[in-house]
Ligand binder design. Structure first.
Ligand SMILES: [Zn+2]
Length: 410
Protein backbone atom coordinates (compact mmCIF):
# COMPACT_ATOMS: atom_id res chain seq x y z
CA UNK A 1 0.00 0.00 0.00
CA UNK A 2 1.48 3.32 -1.13
CA UNK A 3 0.00 6.54 0.23
CA UNK A 4 0.95 10.22 0.28
CA UNK A 5 -0.08 13.09 2.55
CA UNK A 6 0.13 16.32 0.63
CA UNK A 7 0.82 18.97 3.27
CA UNK A 8 2.34 22.45 3.29
CA UNK A 9 5.52 21.49 5.18
CA UNK A 10 6.98 18.48 6.94
CA UNK A 11 8.70 18.80 10.33
CA UNK A 12 10.99 15.74 10.49
CA UNK A 13 11.25 15.58 14.31
CA UNK A 14 15.03 15.15 14.39
CA UNK A 15 15.55 18.80 15.28
CA UNK A 16 16.10 20.03 11.73
CA UNK A 17 13.97 22.68 10.03
CA UNK A 18 11.31 21.63 7.52
CA UNK A 19 12.89 21.06 4.11
CA UNK A 20 11.56 21.80 0.64
CA UNK A 21 8.94 19.13 0.13
CA UNK A 22 5.53 19.04 1.76
CA UNK A 23 4.57 15.54 0.68
CA UNK A 24 5.12 12.57 2.97
CA UNK A 25 5.24 9.19 1.27
CA UNK A 26 4.20 6.13 3.26
CA UNK A 27 4.63 2.56 2.17
CA UNK A 28 3.31 -0.48 4.02
CA UNK A 29 3.01 1.39 7.31
CA UNK A 30 6.51 2.84 7.14
CA UNK A 31 7.88 6.24 6.17
CA UNK A 32 9.31 6.11 2.67
CA UNK A 33 10.53 9.70 2.24
CA UNK A 34 9.58 13.35 1.97
CA UNK A 35 8.95 14.50 -1.59
CA UNK A 36 7.94 17.63 -3.47
CA UNK A 37 5.14 15.98 -5.42
CA UNK A 38 3.18 12.75 -5.43
CA UNK A 39 4.84 10.07 -7.59
CA UNK A 40 2.77 7.80 -9.80
CA UNK A 41 0.98 4.93 -8.08
CA UNK A 42 0.35 6.62 -4.71
CA UNK A 43 -3.05 7.28 -3.17
CA UNK A 44 -2.86 10.95 -2.18
CA UNK A 45 -4.73 12.80 0.55
CA UNK A 46 -4.89 16.56 0.27
CA UNK A 47 -3.83 18.28 3.49
CA UNK A 48 -2.36 21.40 1.91
CA UNK A 49 -3.36 23.59 4.86
CA UNK A 50 -1.56 21.23 7.28
CA UNK A 51 1.88 20.82 8.78
CA UNK A 52 2.95 17.19 8.91
CA UNK A 53 4.95 15.95 11.87
CA UNK A 54 5.69 12.77 13.76
CA UNK A 55 3.04 11.53 16.19
CA UNK A 56 3.65 13.28 19.50
CA UNK A 57 5.18 11.58 22.54
CA UNK A 58 4.41 12.36 26.18
CA UNK A 59 7.13 10.90 28.39
CA UNK A 60 5.29 11.28 31.69
CA UNK A 61 1.61 10.44 32.12
CA UNK A 62 -0.48 8.53 34.63
CA UNK A 63 -3.20 6.73 32.69
CA UNK A 64 -4.80 5.43 35.90
CA UNK A 65 -5.74 9.00 36.86
CA UNK A 66 -7.86 11.63 35.15
CA UNK A 67 -6.98 14.90 36.87
CA UNK A 68 -9.14 14.25 39.94
CA UNK A 69 -8.44 16.60 42.85
CA UNK A 70 -8.59 13.83 45.44
CA UNK A 71 -6.88 11.17 43.41
CA UNK A 72 -6.08 8.91 46.39
CA UNK A 73 -9.82 8.45 46.84
CA UNK A 74 -10.07 7.11 43.31
CA UNK A 75 -6.94 4.96 43.49
CA UNK A 76 -7.76 3.30 46.75
CA UNK A 77 -11.55 3.11 46.36
CA UNK A 78 -12.01 1.77 42.85
CA UNK A 79 -11.02 -1.75 41.85
CA UNK A 80 -8.23 -2.12 39.26
CA UNK A 81 -10.74 -3.34 36.66
CA UNK A 82 -12.54 0.01 36.77
CA UNK A 83 -9.27 1.95 36.77
CA UNK A 84 -8.21 0.03 33.67
CA UNK A 85 -11.44 0.76 31.79
CA UNK A 86 -11.15 4.45 32.55
CA UNK A 87 -7.51 4.35 31.47
CA UNK A 88 -8.61 2.86 28.13
CA UNK A 89 -10.95 5.83 27.55
CA UNK A 90 -8.07 8.22 28.31
CA UNK A 91 -5.87 6.41 25.80
CA UNK A 92 -8.38 7.41 23.08
CA UNK A 93 -8.28 11.03 24.26
CA UNK A 94 -4.52 10.97 23.82
CA UNK A 95 -4.78 9.63 20.28
CA UNK A 96 -7.32 12.32 19.37
CA UNK A 97 -4.85 14.91 20.68
CA UNK A 98 -2.15 13.60 18.32
CA UNK A 99 -0.22 11.52 20.87
CA UNK A 100 0.81 8.19 19.40
CA UNK A 101 3.27 7.17 22.15
CA UNK A 102 3.18 7.76 25.90
CA UNK A 103 5.30 6.61 28.80
CA UNK A 104 3.16 5.86 31.81
CA UNK A 105 4.83 6.66 35.11
CA UNK A 106 3.14 4.33 37.54
CA UNK A 107 -0.21 2.73 38.29
CA UNK A 108 -1.60 0.26 40.83
CA UNK A 109 -1.73 -3.47 40.18
CA UNK A 110 -1.36 -4.26 36.46
CA UNK A 111 -3.80 -1.58 35.33
CA UNK A 112 -1.61 0.05 32.72
CA UNK A 113 0.47 -3.02 31.88
CA UNK A 114 -2.78 -4.72 30.85
CA UNK A 115 -3.92 -1.68 28.89
CA UNK A 116 -0.56 -1.57 27.12
CA UNK A 117 -0.97 -5.20 26.08
CA UNK A 118 -4.59 -4.66 24.98
CA UNK A 119 -3.56 -1.70 22.80
CA UNK A 120 -0.65 -3.64 21.34
CA UNK A 121 -2.96 -6.54 20.50
CA UNK A 122 -5.46 -4.19 18.82
CA UNK A 123 -8.19 -4.91 21.39
CA UNK A 124 -8.67 -1.21 22.22
CA UNK A 125 -7.36 1.91 20.44
CA UNK A 126 -4.63 3.95 22.06
CA UNK A 127 -1.09 5.21 21.79
CA UNK A 128 1.91 2.91 22.11
CA UNK A 129 2.39 2.68 25.88
CA UNK A 130 5.55 2.06 27.87
CA UNK A 131 4.81 1.23 31.50
CA UNK A 132 6.78 0.53 34.68
CA UNK A 133 4.04 -1.16 36.65
CA UNK A 134 4.22 0.24 40.16
CA UNK A 135 6.52 2.96 41.47
CA UNK A 136 9.36 1.69 43.66
CA UNK A 137 9.43 3.79 46.80
CA UNK A 138 10.97 3.87 50.27
CA UNK A 139 8.86 3.29 53.37
CA UNK A 140 7.21 6.63 54.10
CA UNK A 141 8.49 7.94 50.78
CA UNK A 142 6.75 9.87 48.03
CA UNK A 143 5.10 6.80 46.53
CA UNK A 144 4.01 5.33 49.88
CA UNK A 145 0.61 6.97 50.10
CA UNK A 146 -1.13 4.73 52.59
CA UNK A 147 -1.39 5.77 56.25
CA UNK A 148 0.71 3.77 58.72
CA UNK A 149 -0.74 0.34 59.40
CA UNK A 150 -3.11 0.36 56.42
CA UNK A 151 -2.65 -2.45 53.96
CA UNK A 152 -4.14 -2.11 50.50
CA UNK A 153 -4.05 -4.72 47.81
CA UNK A 154 -3.54 -2.27 44.98
CA UNK A 155 -0.83 0.16 45.97
CA UNK A 156 0.47 2.68 43.47
CA UNK A 157 3.87 2.30 45.06
CA UNK A 158 5.86 -0.84 45.70
CA UNK A 159 7.49 -0.17 49.06
CA UNK A 160 11.02 -1.56 49.53
CA UNK A 161 14.11 -0.63 51.55
CA UNK A 162 17.73 -1.69 51.39
CA UNK A 163 19.58 -3.06 48.33
CA UNK A 164 18.27 -6.63 48.66
CA UNK A 165 14.62 -5.67 48.90
CA UNK A 166 15.08 -3.19 46.09
CA UNK A 167 16.58 -5.79 43.78
CA UNK A 168 13.57 -7.96 44.52
CA UNK A 169 11.24 -5.02 43.84
CA UNK A 170 12.87 -4.46 40.45
CA UNK A 171 12.55 -8.16 39.61
CA UNK A 172 8.92 -8.22 40.79
CA UNK A 173 7.89 -5.41 38.46
CA UNK A 174 9.85 -6.90 35.57
CA UNK A 175 8.09 -10.20 36.17
CA UNK A 176 4.77 -8.32 36.05
CA UNK A 177 5.79 -6.95 32.63
CA UNK A 178 7.49 -3.60 33.28
CA UNK A 179 9.08 -1.97 30.22
CA UNK A 180 11.27 0.15 32.49
CA UNK A 181 11.68 0.87 36.20
CA UNK A 182 10.54 3.99 38.01
CA UNK A 183 11.57 4.88 41.53
CA UNK A 184 11.26 7.89 43.82
CA UNK A 185 14.69 9.30 44.62
CA UNK A 186 13.22 12.18 46.60
CA UNK A 187 9.98 13.37 48.16
CA UNK A 188 7.33 15.14 46.13
CA UNK A 189 4.33 17.41 46.16
CA UNK A 190 1.20 15.25 46.12
CA UNK A 191 1.64 12.84 49.01
CA UNK A 192 0.90 13.88 52.62
CA UNK A 193 4.26 13.13 54.27
CA UNK A 194 7.31 13.65 52.05
CA UNK A 195 9.22 16.83 51.22
CA UNK A 196 10.33 17.56 47.64
CA UNK A 197 13.86 18.49 48.73
CA UNK A 198 14.50 15.31 50.71
CA UNK A 199 16.50 12.39 49.33
CA UNK A 200 14.66 9.14 50.11
CA UNK A 201 17.02 6.39 49.02
CA UNK A 202 20.71 6.17 49.85
CA UNK A 203 23.29 6.11 47.06
CA UNK A 204 23.74 2.36 47.62
CA UNK A 205 19.97 1.75 47.36
CA UNK A 206 19.71 3.71 44.11
CA UNK A 207 22.69 1.84 42.73
CA UNK A 208 21.04 -1.48 43.53
CA UNK A 209 17.87 -0.45 41.66
CA UNK A 210 19.68 0.87 38.59
CA UNK A 211 22.23 -1.94 38.34
CA UNK A 212 19.56 -4.61 38.60
CA UNK A 213 17.23 -2.90 36.11
CA UNK A 214 20.01 -2.32 33.59
CA UNK A 215 21.23 -5.89 34.00
CA UNK A 216 17.71 -6.95 33.00
CA UNK A 217 17.78 -4.60 30.00
CA UNK A 218 15.38 -2.00 31.43
CA UNK A 219 15.86 1.75 31.53
CA UNK A 220 15.35 3.60 34.79
CA UNK A 221 13.41 6.80 35.49
CA UNK A 222 13.84 8.65 38.77
CA UNK A 223 11.28 10.95 40.28
CA UNK A 224 13.82 13.46 41.63
CA UNK A 225 13.14 16.97 42.91
CA UNK A 226 15.77 17.95 45.51
CA UNK A 227 19.31 18.71 44.33
CA UNK A 228 21.04 15.98 46.38
CA UNK A 229 18.58 13.30 45.29
CA UNK A 230 18.89 14.32 41.63
CA UNK A 231 22.70 14.13 41.81
CA UNK A 232 22.63 10.75 43.59
CA UNK A 233 20.22 9.35 41.00
CA UNK A 234 22.44 10.53 38.14
CA UNK A 235 25.54 9.03 39.78
CA UNK A 236 23.63 5.77 40.24
CA UNK A 237 23.16 5.74 36.46
CA UNK A 238 19.48 6.57 35.84
CA UNK A 239 18.37 7.29 32.28
CA UNK A 240 15.83 10.05 32.93
CA UNK A 241 15.27 12.60 35.69
CA UNK A 242 11.61 13.44 36.26
CA UNK A 243 10.59 16.93 37.50
CA UNK A 244 14.15 18.00 38.50
CA UNK A 245 12.73 20.89 40.49
CA UNK A 246 15.86 22.05 42.33
CA UNK A 247 18.49 21.59 39.66
CA UNK A 248 21.75 23.49 40.15
CA UNK A 249 24.54 24.21 37.71
CA UNK A 250 26.77 21.35 38.87
CA UNK A 251 23.94 18.81 38.61
CA UNK A 252 22.85 20.11 35.22
CA UNK A 253 26.44 19.76 34.02
CA UNK A 254 26.53 16.19 35.30
CA UNK A 255 23.34 15.43 33.33
CA UNK A 256 24.69 16.96 30.15
CA UNK A 257 27.98 15.10 30.50
CA UNK A 258 26.32 11.73 31.03
CA UNK A 259 23.52 12.29 28.52
CA UNK A 260 20.80 11.89 31.15
CA UNK A 261 17.48 13.12 29.80
CA UNK A 262 15.47 15.70 31.72
CA UNK A 263 11.66 15.41 31.76
CA UNK A 264 10.66 18.60 33.55
CA UNK A 265 6.83 18.19 33.60
CA UNK A 266 6.26 21.95 33.70
CA UNK A 267 2.55 21.32 33.15
CA UNK A 268 2.37 19.64 36.57
CA UNK A 269 3.24 22.64 38.72
CA UNK A 270 1.50 24.99 36.27
CA UNK A 271 -1.77 23.09 36.51
CA UNK A 272 -1.68 22.54 40.27
CA UNK A 273 -1.67 26.26 40.98
CA UNK A 274 -3.60 27.40 37.93
CA UNK A 275 -6.79 28.05 39.85
CA UNK A 276 -5.01 28.74 43.11
CA UNK A 277 -5.14 25.02 43.78
CA UNK A 278 -8.72 25.32 44.99
CA UNK A 279 -9.95 22.11 46.57
CA UNK A 280 -6.46 20.62 46.99
CA UNK A 281 -5.29 19.56 50.46
CA UNK A 282 -3.30 22.33 52.22
CA UNK A 283 -0.05 20.32 52.17
CA UNK A 284 -0.22 20.06 48.38
CA UNK A 285 -0.86 23.78 47.94
CA UNK A 286 2.03 24.62 50.30
CA UNK A 287 4.49 22.32 48.52
CA UNK A 288 3.33 23.34 45.03
CA UNK A 289 3.96 26.99 45.94
CA UNK A 290 7.41 26.11 47.29
CA UNK A 291 8.51 24.36 44.10
CA UNK A 292 6.81 26.47 41.40
CA UNK A 293 9.41 29.15 40.77
CA UNK A 294 12.42 26.85 41.32
CA UNK A 295 10.92 24.43 38.79
CA UNK A 296 10.78 27.07 36.07
CA UNK A 297 14.32 28.25 36.89
CA UNK A 298 15.63 24.69 36.67
CA UNK A 299 14.14 24.36 33.20
CA UNK A 300 15.75 27.61 32.07
CA UNK A 301 19.10 26.49 33.53
CA UNK A 302 18.92 23.07 31.86
CA UNK A 303 18.06 24.66 28.53
CA UNK A 304 20.96 27.09 28.79
CA UNK A 305 23.40 24.32 29.74
CA UNK A 306 22.42 22.00 26.92
CA UNK A 307 20.81 19.21 28.97
CA UNK A 308 18.72 16.99 26.65
CA UNK A 309 15.10 17.92 27.48
CA UNK A 310 12.05 15.75 26.82
CA UNK A 311 8.36 16.71 26.99
CA UNK A 312 6.24 15.10 29.69
CA UNK A 313 3.19 16.50 31.46
CA UNK A 314 2.33 14.34 34.48
CA UNK A 315 -1.18 14.15 32.94
CA UNK A 316 -3.56 12.47 35.36
CA UNK A 317 -2.52 14.36 38.49
CA UNK A 318 -4.92 17.02 39.87
CA UNK A 319 -6.17 19.45 37.17
CA UNK A 320 -3.85 17.82 34.60
CA UNK A 321 -6.16 16.18 32.06
CA UNK A 322 -5.22 13.78 29.31
CA UNK A 323 -5.70 15.42 25.92
CA UNK A 324 -4.14 18.80 26.72
CA UNK A 325 -0.63 17.36 26.73
CA UNK A 326 0.71 19.92 24.26
CA UNK A 327 0.37 22.47 27.07
CA UNK A 328 3.85 21.27 28.04
CA UNK A 329 5.20 22.45 24.68
CA UNK A 330 3.56 25.85 25.13
CA UNK A 331 5.15 26.21 28.58
CA UNK A 332 8.57 25.19 27.25
CA UNK A 333 8.30 27.88 24.57
CA UNK A 334 7.16 30.42 27.14
CA UNK A 335 10.38 29.72 29.08
CA UNK A 336 12.72 30.10 26.13
CA UNK A 337 12.65 27.05 23.86
CA UNK A 338 11.98 27.62 20.18
CA UNK A 339 8.81 25.94 18.86
CA UNK A 340 11.04 23.62 16.81
CA UNK A 341 13.00 22.58 19.92
CA UNK A 342 9.75 21.99 21.81
CA UNK A 343 8.44 19.77 19.01
CA UNK A 344 11.74 17.87 18.97
CA UNK A 345 11.41 17.37 22.74
CA UNK A 346 8.04 15.71 22.09
CA UNK A 347 9.14 13.64 19.07
CA UNK A 348 12.69 12.62 18.14
CA UNK A 349 14.35 13.47 21.44
CA UNK A 350 11.58 11.77 23.41
CA UNK A 351 11.89 8.58 21.35
CA UNK A 352 15.62 8.60 22.01
CA UNK A 353 15.08 8.99 25.77
CA UNK A 354 12.58 6.14 25.81
CA UNK A 355 14.77 3.87 23.72
CA UNK A 356 12.33 3.64 20.81
CA UNK A 357 14.43 3.68 17.63
CA UNK A 358 11.51 3.06 15.26
CA UNK A 359 9.38 6.14 16.07
CA UNK A 360 9.74 9.85 16.82
CA UNK A 361 10.98 11.09 13.44
CA UNK A 362 9.89 10.92 9.81
CA UNK A 363 13.13 9.39 8.57
CA UNK A 364 12.86 6.66 5.91
CA UNK A 365 12.05 3.26 7.38
CA UNK A 366 10.46 4.47 10.60
CA UNK A 367 6.99 3.37 11.64
CA UNK A 368 4.49 5.82 10.11
CA UNK A 369 3.15 7.39 13.31
CA UNK A 370 2.26 10.75 11.81
CA UNK A 371 -0.03 13.70 12.46
CA UNK A 372 -1.29 16.49 10.21
CA UNK A 373 -2.21 19.76 11.93
CA UNK A 374 -3.93 22.75 10.29
CA UNK A 375 -1.62 25.76 10.40
CA UNK A 376 2.03 26.03 11.36
CA UNK A 377 3.07 25.14 14.93
CA UNK A 378 6.43 26.84 14.29
CA UNK A 379 4.50 30.12 14.10
CA UNK A 380 2.42 29.42 17.19
CA UNK A 381 2.97 26.29 19.22
CA UNK A 382 -0.49 26.64 20.82
CA UNK A 383 -2.22 25.27 17.73
CA UNK A 384 -1.08 21.80 18.81
CA UNK A 385 -3.45 22.17 21.78
CA UNK A 386 -6.42 22.79 19.51
CA UNK A 387 -8.20 19.50 18.85
CA UNK A 388 -10.16 21.08 15.97
CA UNK A 389 -6.92 21.53 14.04
CA UNK A 390 -5.83 17.90 14.17
CA UNK A 391 -6.75 16.68 10.72
CA UNK A 392 -5.11 13.29 10.75
CA UNK A 393 -3.49 10.91 13.21
CA UNK A 394 -1.84 7.82 11.75
CA UNK A 395 -0.41 4.87 13.60
CA UNK A 396 1.79 2.66 11.46
CA UNK A 397 0.18 4.31 8.43
CA UNK A 398 -3.40 3.60 9.55
CA UNK A 399 -5.85 6.39 10.38
CA UNK A 400 -6.85 6.35 14.05
CA UNK A 401 -8.11 9.90 14.73
CA UNK A 402 -8.48 13.39 13.24
CA UNK A 403 -11.19 15.26 11.36
CA UNK A 404 -9.96 13.98 7.96
CA UNK A 405 -9.58 10.43 9.13
CA UNK A 406 -12.42 9.26 6.88
CA UNK A 407 -10.61 10.44 3.76
CA UNK A 408 -7.55 8.32 4.39
CA UNK A 409 -7.41 5.10 2.40
CA UNK A 410 -7.56 1.95 4.48
ZN1 LIG B 1 4.20 11.66 37.81
Amino acid sequence: MKTAIVGRTVIPGDGSEPGEGGVLLIRDGRIERVARRVPRGYLAVDARDCTILPGLIDAHVHLCLGGEIHFEDVLFRDPPELLALRAAARAQELLAAGYTTVRDMGAPARVVLALRDAIRAGVVPGPRVLAPGRIITATGGHGDFLPEGVIHRWGLGLVADGPDELRRAVRTEIKAGADFIKFCATGGVLDPQSEPGTQEFTAAEMEAIVTEAHRMGRKVAAHAQGTGGIAAAIRAGVDTIEHGVFLDEETAELMRERGVFFVPTLAASHNLLREGGEGLPPHVIRKAREVGEAHRESFILALRMGVPIVAGTDAGIPFCRHGDNALELALMVELGMSPLEAITAATGRAAEALGLPTVGTLEPGKVADVIAVRGDPLDGIDILRDRGRIALVLQAGRPVAGSERGRWPG
